[in-house]
Design a protein around this ligand. Sequence first.
Ligand SMILES: [Fe+2]
Ligand SMILES: [Fe+2]
Length: 173
Amino acid sequence: MVTDSPFVVLEDDHRAVLARLELLQEALAGLKYERRGLLAKNLAAIQDVSDFLERTVIPHMRLEEQVGFPYLERHIPKLGGPIHVLIMEHQDFRDKHAELRASLPRGRDNAGEPTPEVLKQLEEVGTYVVLLVRNHIRQEREILFAVAEAALKPSEKAQLLQALQEEKSSRRA
Ligand SMILES: [Fe+2]
Ligand SMILES: [Fe+2]
């Protein structure tokens, strides 16, 4: 992607999220294959990644839904269909990630030792989240961003970049 891409703001998040998904996948494999003595370590790793996703992915999706996607839909109407699917995936992420967090023993009042059923549920929903978000980012890159890079005029790219940057920094302030 060229350096004047309007999507640098979103791609910074994507890269950070993909790196954390690697850690999540490792910890989920650990739950399944490592001995019980490493349970606390793996659960803590899952909690850390989940906290990161909550802080990063939820506002990232809001930025896309409120600024990025409407701009692209206005300027490139044929992206309406893919954008509709991507928005449904955002909701799917919010639902499944909430389920993941609810299954984490630390989030419970009376933690104790998680039962095998709880661990299985955690592993299943965690794996779903990993695959969903990876695929979602790939679709955004390969469909949305690639088409927009080719279709938008330089002045529109600059305008979109500015809108995304302004919205993101206004939220950080
Ligand atoms: Fe997205
Ligand atoms: Fe995204």
